[in-house]
Design a protein around this ligand. Structure first.
Ligand code: GMT
Length: 392
């Protein structure tokens, strides 16, 4: 299969986390878009990424088998992943191995390269997504391994300018990094906006959407406190699209008297259905390299109220495509949300601008060619032979 390909198409391996989560969504969409542009794409992971189509002739999935040997207290994923990466690289003559989220993917990619003869070694691209820098990069048990993987990669990209500077600050990596912002390609909803709003029990209220994996840095506690501070409690409903178990917050919901204001849908795959039914979005994270969910909402003309942290100001133009608020104050967040609830004209104006800016700056057409150009540049240059200096 690997032998005949159109002269300018590439063979690209992609490794990502296959579950619901921004880095996996971005990697999967990238693979689908690359295949549509004529490239041969090989996904290598422990599970098929949830949005990966089954029926594309140019998309292949290679499952990594993890054995739970009795001797091991913790099952190891990195070594079988590296072996599968080497095997796929060798069999299909990969030009590039593009890993999303450094841990453990970048280290596994380097190991796989060491297992291959020079003529079979693909160029390695590592895309940093967020907590691989901010959380794991600061962890002494991971930081030096991430630093090593970055200097040995042929290219490193970050999903925002903020994440690039954090990578230098936290990990001490001062090699080249290219900022390639995230992108999104909305699917077409299969139900009408009215049908979805009926399902959710929403009438004339403003429907506020929040979509996240609910991890502590998403500050769901602040989200709930903020909506509880909205003066007219009948003016809105909050839809939580939860990539996790929302029951952990039922105590807060009860304490704040929000039982009738919140609708939860867990592990939704077709988020477009719900985004088209929403009027605005709300994000209260304390750290965020980009926040793909804000971008997804923008494509459906939803302006967000969001905390002014990390890379979020690169996505939202404050006062034009959404409203930025300092993280921490539930009062300030509630006021910004109220402003968009009460002023429908403003909400719609910001929503329309959000949509046009999302298409202009963060559509697949605006971004995918940046990765293609990067791959071609790497292939035409000599591979990276980095020398590690000193101990870390
Ligand atoms: O880094 C993470 O926490 C996981 C990652 C994910 O897989 O959801 O989220 C990060 O990558 C997304 C896609 O690039 C970004 O939209 C998120 O902002 C980012 N999360 C954080 O920085 C906390």
């Amino acid at each position: 299969m690997g032998e005949s390909k159109p002269s300018d198409s590439l063979r690209i391996g992609i490794t990502c986390y296959p579950t619901v989560g921004g880095s996996g969504v971005v990697a999967t969409t990238l693979g689908i878009e690359l295949a549509q542009r004529g490239h041969e794409v090989h996904f290598i992971s422990y599970e098929r990424p949830f949005r990966l189509p089954e029926n594309s002739s140019r998309i292949h999935f290679h499952q990594v088998c993890v054995n739970d040997y009795g001797l091991f207290k913790y099952p190891d994923y990195t070594l079988p992943l590296s072996v599968e990466m080497a095997s796929v690289s060798c069999k299909y003559n990969l030009d590039v191995l593009h890993v999303h989220y450094a841990v453990p993917h970048a280290t596994a990619a380097l190991l796989s390269r060491c297992m291959l003869p020079p003529e079979k070694q693909p160029r390695i691209v590592t895309t940093l997504h967020g907590t691989d820098t901010t959380l794991l990069g600061a962890d002494p048990g991971y930081g030096p391994a991430i630093h090593h993987a970055l200097i040995q990669s042929d290219a490193v990209t970050t999903v925002s300018a903020w994440l690039k500077s954090e990578t230098t600050r936290v990990i001490g990596f001062d090699g080249p990094m290219e900022v390639i912002h995230n992108f999104y390609e909305p699917g077409t909803p299969s139900r009408s906006r009215d049908a979805v709003r009926r399902e959710l029990g929403v009438g004339d209220e403003v429907l506020i959407v929040h979509s996240s994996n609910l991890r502590p840095l998403k500050r769901v506690d602040l989200l709930l406190e903020s909506v509880a501070n909205i003066r007219d409690q009948n003016s809105y409903k909050l839809l939580v699209l939860a990539g996790g178990d929302f029951k952990q917050f039922s105590g807060d919901v009860k304490r704040l008297g929000l039982e009738n204001r919140i609708v939860v849908r867990e592990n939704v795959l077709e988020i477009e259905e719900y985004l088209q039914a929403a009027d605005m979005a709300l994000y209260t994270s304390e750290s965020e390299s980009f926040c793909l969910s804000i971008l997804e909402a923008m494509f459906f003309s939803c302006p967000s109220v969001a905390t002014n942290v990390g890379g979020i100001p690169e996505v939202i133009d404050d006062g034009q495509t959404g409203l930025l608020v300092e993280c921490g104050s539930a009062d300030a967040i509630a006021k910004a949300v109220e402003e968009l609830i009460i002023d429908k004209d403003k909400r719609q104006r910001l929503g329309e601008k959000a949509r046009s800016e999302a298409k202009r700056r963060f559509s697949t057409n605006a971004i995918i060619h940046r990765y293609e150009e990067l791959y071609r540049r790497l292939i035409s240059a000599p591979p990276t032979v980095a020398v590690v200096e000193g101990c870390r």
